[in-house]
Design a protein around this ligand. Structure first.
Ligand SMILES: Cc1cc2nc3c(=O)[nH]c(=O)nc-3n(C[C@H](O)[C@H](O)[C@H](O)COP(=O)(O)OP(=O)(O)OC[C@H]3O[C@@H](n4cnc5c(N)ncnc54)[C@H](O)[C@@H]3O)c2cc1C
Length: 475
């Protein structure tokens, strides 16, 4: 007899974990299939959590946030750094992975370790190295197999000197220099982490434009700060090949670039693109066909073309965030079992980039407003002009609000600076609820806090409405 479940989830990342928990919480029998021994997927083990932990550790070890605060520069201890760096990351990720297992156990989700693949639309085979294959029956199946780093042919990934975003988490030394290909979120985040650790960092991108979803003014500040911290931008340019050689007892990685130049470094990180994790699922058995990037199509309920098979998370593509993947998994389960739970993923979600400095935004950027011919007033306020900003020694942080010139409703909020990814959430509510800046200005905020930025950016708009030009003092 095959074990039979209401739901089989393949993959234990943010999408699969939250889907399994919700279904079990509502009394459904659930099997979770995960090929890795550690639960949590990229969200916990190779993506979101470890990269953010490395950022915090790099900030701590480098004293980056304290720069000039007490008139002192904290010195980086190179030799202890890599152990400290990885110890913290390992503690956080293993603790989180254990917690995921604990809560799945509490809700009696059966966890199967092995690679899942379809036999038919209601049968999943689980194959592991040391145990015999097992067949599971399910009324519904959720594919939550995530994504994996794309490997450019010709790049000799070895997990030692030539890395992707998975293996970069296992480095055995802090490199003297690093070349990072891909100025997307992952490439930019790691560029600022290594740069803060004292590594000579070069960032290469195929296009001159990068992080195009960020508001242009905010992006210009990010680039200026990254460059003044020492990150070298080489864009547009492409790495057409990479070689690793020994020279004078040292390992040297050489990237051969599209402009016929070469750049040498101690380490190389390729962070340009990810592909959907559909290989090996035997989708042919159920008649599903992924696209060229190995991604699956779903409807607004996250159902695939096969009615009892759903898909959520990175495996369906944009926006490919841990935050949205979790809710996609919950929405899929809500519709499978017709639950009173989460009907849809909120489309007004924030984007966060955990660079140094960090950036976050919600709603329209100035460029998008212009492109869509939407008129707006822009209010700005600088961290350093608030009491809290003074206390933390902020030099450049900015919060800007975009508002409709007639109704004064907030249509976009963009932040760069300390805790940007935290303070954006108030902005999400403002955009979502179309709250007018009159209300934002009239609210009482804790003093001193960075949230006061909202009040003064709102006043900046109200002054303009009065016909008075903005009086910001950009640094
Ligand atoms: C470096 C980096 C930084 C990131 N930073 C952020 C961030 O700051 N904020 C944010 O919101 N998002 C971030 N992300 C994105 C985020 O990690 C992903 O969007 C999220 O993990 C996707 O969740 P998922 O459940 O779809 O897939 P995953 O987390 O990839 O999990 C998929 C799971 O499925 C398993 N699996 C695959 N195939 C099979 C199979 N056949 N059988 C059994 N198991 C299988 C895998 O082993 C894996 O455990 C980052 C990603 C990276 C790489």
């Amino acid at each position: 007899m095959k074990p039979s479940y209401d739901l089989i989830v393949i993959g234990s990342g943010p999408a699969g974990e939250k889907a399994a928990l919700l279904a079990a919480f509502y009394g459904r029998s659930v099997a979770l299939v995960e090929k890795e021994s550690r639960l949590g997927g990229a969200g916990t083990n190779t993506g979101t959590l470890p990269s953010k932990t490395l950022k915090e550790t790099a900030l701590f070890l480098s004293g980056h946030n304290d720069r000039g605060l007490f008139g002192l520069e904290r010195k980086l201890e190179r030799t202890v750094c890599v152990q400290d760096l990885l110890f913290r990351k390992n503690t956080v990720t293993s603790g989180q992975s254990d917690d995921i297992r604990h809560f799945l156990d509490i809700l009696k989700v059966d966890i199967f370790t092995g690679r899942g693949s379809f036999v038919d639309a209601h049968t999943v085979k689980v194959e592991a190295a040391t145990t015999a294959p097992l067949l599971l029956k399910g009324e519904f199946v959720l594919i939550a197999t995530g994504s994996y780093p794309y490997h450019l042919p010709g790049v000799p990934f070895d997990g030692k000197r030539v890395h992707d975003s998975d293996t970069i988490l296992e480095i055995d030394h802090i490199p003297e220099s690093i070349v990072i290909v891909g100025a997307g979120v992952i490439g930019c985040e790691y560029a600022t982490v290594f740069n803060a650790l004292g590594t000579k960092t070069t960032l290469i991108n195929g296009h001159a434009e990068f992080l195009t979803f960020i508001d242009g003014e905010v992006l210009a500040i990010l680039r200026r700060e990254m460059e003044s911290d020492g990150v070298k931008f080489l864009m547009p340019n492409r790495a057409e090949g990479v070689t690793v050689a020994q020279r004078n007892g040292k390992t040297v990685v050489t990237a051969h670039l599209s402009d016929d130049t070469e750049i040498e470094a101690d380490m190389f990180l390729y962070a340009a693109g990810r592909a959907g994790g559909t290989a090996g699922l035997n989708l042919e058995a159920v008649g599903l066909q992924p696209n060229a990037r190995q991604l699956l199509d779903v409807n607004e309920q996250y159902a695939t073309a096969v009615p009892n098979i759903f898909a959520a998370g990175d495996v369906i593509g944009f926006p490919a965030l841990a935050s949205t993947s979790m809710d996609q998994g919950r929405v899929a389960v809500t519709h499978m079992f017709k639950l009173h739970a989460l009907e849809c993923v909120d489309q007004c979600f924030p984007m966060g980039v955990y660079t140094i400095p960090e950036v976050s935004g919600v709603g329209l950027t100035e460029e998008e407003a212009k492109k869509q011919k939407i008129r707006c007033l822009v209010g700005r306020f600088w961290y350093k002009n608030t009491p809290r900003g003074r206390i933390i020694g902020a030099r450049f942080g900015l919060l800007k609000i975009l508002a409709d010139p007639d109704s004064l409703a907030v249509i976009g909020v963009h932040v760069i600076g300390r805790s940007a990814t935290e303070i954006i959430h108030f902005g999400v509510l403002l955009v979502e609820e179309k709250i007018p800046v009159t209300r934002v200005a009239s609210m009482v905020y804790n003093q001193p806090t960075l949230h006061e930025l909202y009040k003064y950016a709102a006043f900046d708009i109200l002054r303009q409405k009065q016909g008075i030009p903005p009086v910001n003092r950009p640094p």
